[in-house]
Ligand binder design. Structure first.
Ligand SMILES: [Zn+2]
Ligand SMILES: [Zn+2]
Length: 176
């Protein structure tokens, strides 16, 4: 299996993620898919985690209906999926999708910060679908601004509970 140029390995361990940040179970034993999210600021990874499908559903279900609708609306209206899919089909590696923002198409080099997400299946292989993708911090804050105060609070608690230090504001809820 081809390793993805380490983009989706843990910066902390320099190895592929092996357990879910929330339930701590081994990803290979959760029986389902998992998602990896990494947040970068000024080219430095400031927050990273893998989350199993069960925990992701739980976090996602704790968001209000309006917030979920707002996120969906962003994904549907701010991302030109037709254009992206055409472009992605021509890439020799899905990792090249990370060269620019999936929504505003700003090149990665110009960004102050960004978030990358990828989905893997139980055997550890990358799922090529809507993910992997990269969102610039500007687009991330647009999503955050559209969340209800309750959902923002939920997200803040999630970050505070599982991570030391960072303020939740700059991180998009990795629920897609
Ligand atoms: Zn989990
Ligand atoms: Zn963007």
């Amino acid at each position: 299996m081809q390793r993805l140029a380490k983009w989706f390995d843990s910066i902390e361990t320099e190895k592929p993620f092996d357990s879910c940040k929330i339930c701590q179970n081994f990803l290979s034993e959760t029986g389902g898919n998992w998602v990896i999210n990494k947040h970068y600021h000024r080219k430095e990874c400031v927050l990273e985690y893998a989350i199993c499908v069960h925990c992701r559903d739980e976090v996602s279900n704790s968001f209000s209906h309006d917030s979920k609708a707002a996120i969906r609306d962003f994904l549907e209206t701010k991302i030109d999926w037709q254009e992206r899919i055409l472009e992605w089909s021509k890439l020799d590696s899905p990792i090249k999708r990370l060269d620019h923002c999936v929504a505003c198409t700003m090149p990665r080099e110009w960004m102050l910060g960004f978030t990358i997400s990828a989905q893997f299946q139980h055997d550890g292989s990358l799922i090529e679908g809507a993910l992997p993708l990269l969102l610039c911090s500007h687009c991330v804050s647009q999503i955050n601004d559209s969340l209800s105060p309750e959902s923002r609070e939920t997200w803040k608690r999630f970050i505070a509970m599982y991570f030391e230090g960072p303020d939740s504001q700059d991180y998009h809820p990795g629920i897609f």
